[in-house]
Design a protein around this ligand. Structure first.
Ligand code: SR1
Ligand code: MG
Length: 406
């Protein structure tokens, strides 16, 4: 599994030239730029540009977790799962994902569309940029893949079950089960916080109510195969491009290597958590209006998700028993579940491995308060979601915590 050649700056041109399926994407005899840009936790990513301005991306999974190194082996099969999920999502939301040109089954290399005219959304958010419309585009994307890949969109339920089985992603799910749903509460030696946040991390670990709610969310994550979800939809897994009018004109969900048939609300909660984290950064920097803009992304994603889901609902398979009442119940259930998934995602990015640059790049003097606000929001979210799961309440609650601690 690990005996395949890893790409390097020196070998990508040869790879392109010698791979018939991709060699015409750029002029390999006139390359002007080759860069390794992988800033995620797992993979190698190269952008290759030719003299005519054509570009292509090569993404290769390594047999280990890049963030940690070879001491943490990890299946390179994740690249196959990403290519598969990307293509499946493209059937239902073609403008929301990068185009995959080719997948190399022997070297675990995905050749895909160059998105150099886009920016990673987290980077844009950290720079104080606004891409109005991005949160809504992502809500639309989640609804389209939720509907299209679930039984609601499955004309043949037996074929659907085979698709569920084919998309199983055990190793990457284990990462999420450990890092998102377990380790922030049960330290496995990978947690870290600033000394002044140790009291906050302790409070989280001692919060028996929260542990039980997160435990239920982990159960849902591990047992509920609703749809082929993205599985890691944080703002670093999104690329945005600004249009001329100040609004976003392209939004792409990238890095779907964590995809599997899981709970739909997990993708919603992942985004919500990262919006709260972006808002906490804005609060720590004294940018009140921007803090509110970041928090309002929560309702932007939810309402677009709900709207697209409702638009698709009349096309569902088996309306005999999937009645309108079922549709309403599903939306209500996902809305409440998203709060708890968001709480887990907020907590892991503050306490556990693989933190968020939004917070980490803050001066420690203000980072403590921002981290505390995120953790308090998470602890309140698992309590408050049962009473009324309207996302506007989460916005209010997070705003209060950020105002109180930054
Ligand atoms: C060991 S991988 C750490 C994290 O990076 C990915 O983006 C996922 O969020 C994962 O939990
Ligand atoms: Mg990633």
């Amino acid at each position: 599994m690990s005996g395949y050649a890893h790409l390097s700056i020196d070998t990508v041109a040869d790879y392109l030239a010698s791979t018939p399926e991709v060699r015409d994407l750029v002029d390999t005899s006139a390359l002007v730029d080759i860069r390794e840009v992988g800033d995620g936790n797992l993979n190698l990513v190269f952008i290759i540009t030719d003299a005519a301005g054509r570009g292509v991306v090569l993404k290769q999974s390594l047999p280990y977790v890049r963030l940690v190194g070879p001491v943490w082996p990890m299946t390179p099969e994740r690249a196959r799962r990403e290519a598969h999920a990307n293509r499946a999502h493209a059937r239902f939301a073609p403008s929301a994902v990068p185009h995959v040109h080719h997948f190399d089954t022997e070297r675990y290399i995905i050749t895909m569309e160059d998105l150099s005219d886009h920016t990673v959304w987290r980077t844009a958010l950290n720079s104080g940029l606004r891409h109005d419309g991005a949160a809504e585009a992502l809500g639309d994307y989640i609804a389209r893949i939720a509907f299209g890949t679930s039984v609601l969109g499955a004309a043949d339920p037996e074929a659907h079950k085979l698709r569920v089985a084919a998309a199983i992603n055990p190793e990457l799910c284990t990462i999420t089960e450990d890092l998102v749903f377990t380790e922030p509460w049960v330290d496995a030696g990978r947690n870290s916080v600033l000394p002044d946040n140790a009291v906050d991390a302790r409070a989280v670990a001692d919060d028996a109510f929260m542990v039980a709610r997160i435990g239920m969310a982990k159960w849902t994550f591990m047992t509920r195969a609703e749809a082929l979800i993205h599985g890691d939809l944080h703002t670093g897994s999104v690329m945005v491009r600004a249009g001329g009018d100040g609004r976003v004109d392209s939004v792409r969900a990238i890095d779907s290597e964590f995809a599997f048939y899981g709970p739909i609300a997990f993708d919603l909660g992942a985004l919500w958590a990262n919006y709260v984290i972006a808002a906490a950064r804005a609060g720590a920097l004294g940018e009140g209006a921007r803090m509110r803009w970041c928090l309002n992304l929560i309702s932007g994603t939810w309402h677009a998700f709900e709207s697209t889901f409702r638009q698709q609902w009349p096309q569902r398979c088996d309306p005999r028993v999937f009645t309108d009442d079922v549709g309403e119940r599903l939306l209500a259930q996902w809305q409440e579940e998203a709060w708890v998934f968001a709480a887990a995602k907020m907590t892991r990015r503050i306490i556990g491995l693989a933190k968020a640059s939004d917070i980490e790049t803050l001066d420690p003097q203000v980072r403590v308060g921002a981290a505390r606000a995120v953790l308090r929001t998470a602890a309140l979210a698992v309590r408050e979601c049962c009473a009324d799961a309207d996302p506007d309440r989460l916005i209010g609650l997070a705003g209060e915590q950020i105002a109180a601690h930054t």
